[in-house]
Design a protein around this ligand. Sequence first.
Ligand SMILES: C[S@@+](CC[C@H](N)C(=O)[O-])C[C@H]1O[C@@H](n2cnc3c(N)ncnc32)[C@H](O)[C@@H]1O
Length: 257
Amino acid sequence: MRTIYVIGIGAGDPELLTLKAIRALERADAVIALDKGDAKSDLLALREHIVHAHAPDLPIVTVQDPPRDRNPEHYAAEVRRWHAERARLLADAIRKHTNDSAAFLVWGDPSLYDSTLRIIERMQRHEGLECTVEVIPGVTAIQLLTAEHKMLLNRIGEDIHVTTARNLAKASPKDRRNCVVMLDGGAGWLDGPTHNTYMWWGAYLGTEHQVLREGFITEIGEEVAALKQQLREQHGWIMDIYLLRELDEATPENKPT
Ligand SMILES: C[S@@+](CC[C@H](N)C(=O)[O-])C[C@H]1O[C@@H](n2cnc3c(N)ncnc32)[C@H](O)[C@@H]1O
């Protein structure tokens, strides 16, 4: 039976690959990668760089991501169809190009806003792919954000809320006290801040383009929105993440930790 290694490769810096991840790369017959044909060529190049740095002879098999209707009449049905087609193509590639093991490289960690494990489950259930799965954890974008800002995610004993920009509007005031926001196509921090909302923001973390900003939304919110737009135009893509924290009126010096 094949082994599928699902390898978290860290969220930007190739040096964040773990020893365990390197060992798995050395054992795999091939890396199977979905080619999403998007503008994130820096990211694709980075993946190739990682593979070649640690396992120079390991083949990378790319599978063209099947087309998807972005404005379907039935959204959920279209996503299901698209996922099924993806699973079929990937299972075919695994059968054709590997004997004992295949590796999927996952940006950051496989447990955080990533569909690789879901696709593999689908390949096992619906495509008859017999395999055991080994997950190798990776350093997430959240950890890069806190490390680069040299900060803690929470103050003593507080909860941490992790969400997407789409869901931020639904976050309760309690959730917004320490709120990590990912997958923001715009400038979600501008929706509903108070005059006490502080933000630690990071884009292209761990890469040569990394940019950091921090401050009260009322002071830096618009400027960071303009900067994000400018960076996106400059590089053709952007990935950013931020922590929003409601500072206490009485103890604003509570800011960093
Ligand atoms: C599909 S999620 C994948 C998260 C990934 N599995 C992880 O563990 O970090 C992509 C989101 O992660 C965040 N992200 C990932 N890498 C990043 C980076 N290098 N710099 C800033 N944000 C990043 C962004 O919020 C982006 O929209």
